[in-house]
Design a protein around this ligand. Structure first.
Ligand code: NAD
Ligand code: ZN
Length: 382
């Protein structure tokens, strides 16, 4: 009997490793002493200038597409741990591409590992808070409930509140735990829920450990300054830097849990290295929420641009009113976010200042969304 070699290094594959979250997982995995390989297609909408300079030279870079079986076969050879971050994300009008990249791409990953009997030890998936229908709320009289997607007719009347299902009173958001019903109503959410379900059922069937991490809104250095469809902080900053007001939907009181990207990367390393996470689904966030209108004012203030947000009275069907991640499940494994919103914004703004001229792509994107009725106006009946 021969002993296993003592010095076999762990090899991690990070899909989407050129992107915001993936690239920070790459850094964390390299710092952890792992060999790292990246599979990334360099989606042009995200990477208008090609391979970003933050992908370390020392990392093996496989330019390929998660929709291509051959690319998975190349990328998965010799891999111990997979962090599957590559995805098509945001409020783009496409339907088929979300399903193709996210659901089909994940299916190919899982099928390739199983059919080739690859010795992968764990698969960690980037899921999203978007898989929830809505956040959790508390009625002053009837207590806690999980919200339902607000009907379009309600939003069209300019009523954006979440109402108690028993008495109809407007109710305040409270932290949302992982038991909240899945069922986000936009195509992105459906595709993320597909990815998660495929992973969990595959893990049970194959016995290979899996972990799904439901990230809340992630921000920080390396968030694409080109993609006008994703990243509220990035979108608001690119508007302000072009002396244009951030466009805030609804009444600006809708809120999100904004988590700094390095904290998300730390959560990934934690679940990759702790067996107690295996088979689990975890929220990753801060447990705090910021109102989007306040965020727009805060960014204007930090950038020294006295430009108030523009509230055109529009909304996006299927969006949540509020989501605060209840992070106690991951906290029980030792997770605690380390970077506050304020410090994270400072670090993001310091980074964006190094990115040269910042273009404004949002206005054209918005026209595209409005034309396809992915953005609607309250009171306009359309
Ligand atoms: N940023 C957030 O707020 C947030 C929140 C919840 C979940 N997520 C999830 O986290 C993951 C990473 O998101 P991000 O914010 O870093 O996005 P990102 O756009 O910065 O990075 C995604 C990367 O995937 C690559 N990619 C896209 N399509 C691909 C394809 N077909 N084949 C190979 N590579 C492809 C892109 O080139 C990009 O480098 C995604 O799965 C996303 O759904 C993000
Ligand atoms: Zn009530």
């Amino acid at each position: 009997m021969s002993a296993a070699p003592a010095t076999t290094a762990t090899t991690a594959l990070v899909t989407g490793g050129a992107g915001l979250i993936g690239s920070h997982i790459v850094d964390a995995a390299v710092a952890h002493g792992w060999n790292v390989r990246v599979l990334d297609s360099l989606e042009p909408q995200t990477h208008r200038r090609g391979r970003p300079d933050w992908v370390p030279e020392a990392v093996e870079f496989v330019k390929g597409d998660v929709r291509n079986r051959r690319d998975w076969e190349r990328a998965l050879a010799g891999v111990d741990i997979v962090f599957h971050e590559a995805a098509y994300g945001g409020y783009m009008p496409e339907i088929a591409k979300f399903i193709h990249v996210n659901a089909y791409g994940t299916a190919l990953l899982l099928e390739t590992i199983r059919d080739r009997n690859l010795p992968v030890r764990k698969v960690v998936l980037a899921s999203s808070q978007a898989v929830y229908n809505e956040g959790a709320y508390a009625c002053p009289d009837h207590g806690r409930f999980y919200g339902q997607t607000r009907p379009i007719a309600q939003l069209q009347s300019g009523d954006y509140a979440m109402h108690c299902p028993v008495c109809g009173q407007p109710s305040a958001p409270v932290p949302t735990d992982e038991a909240a019903p899945m069922g986000g109503e936009n195509v992105y959410a459906i595709s993320k829920a597909d990815q998660e379900r495929l992973l969990v059922s595959w893990g049970r069937a194959t016995g290979i450990p899996t972990v799904a991490l439901r990230y809340s809104c992630t921000f920080g250095p390396r968030q694409s300054v080109f993609n006008p469809y994703t990243g509220v902080i990035a979108i608001f900053c690119t508007r302000l830097l072009n002396d244009l007001p951030p466009v805030v939907y609804e009444d600006g009181q809708q809120s999100r849990d904004l988590v700094f990207v390095e904290d998300v990367a730390r959560a990934n390393l934690l679940v990759a290295t702790d067996d107690r996470a295996d088979g689990g689904i975890f929220n990753v966030g801060t447990g705090q929420a910021a109102a989007i209108g306040d965020l727009a004012r805060l960014l204007a203030d930090r950038l020294g641009k006295p430009i108030p947000p523009h509230l055109p009275g529009e909304f996006r069907p299927g969006e949540m009113r509020a989501l605060i991640s209840d992070i106690s499940r991951l906290a029980a494994l030792g997770f605690a976010p380390q970077v506050s919103l304020s410090d994270g914004i400072d670090r993001y703004l310091a980074w964006i200042a190094t990115q040269g001229e910042i273009g404004e792509y949002f206005a054209a994107a918005e026209r595209r969304l409005r034309k396809r009725r992915v953005v609607k106006r309250a009171g306009a009946g359309a």
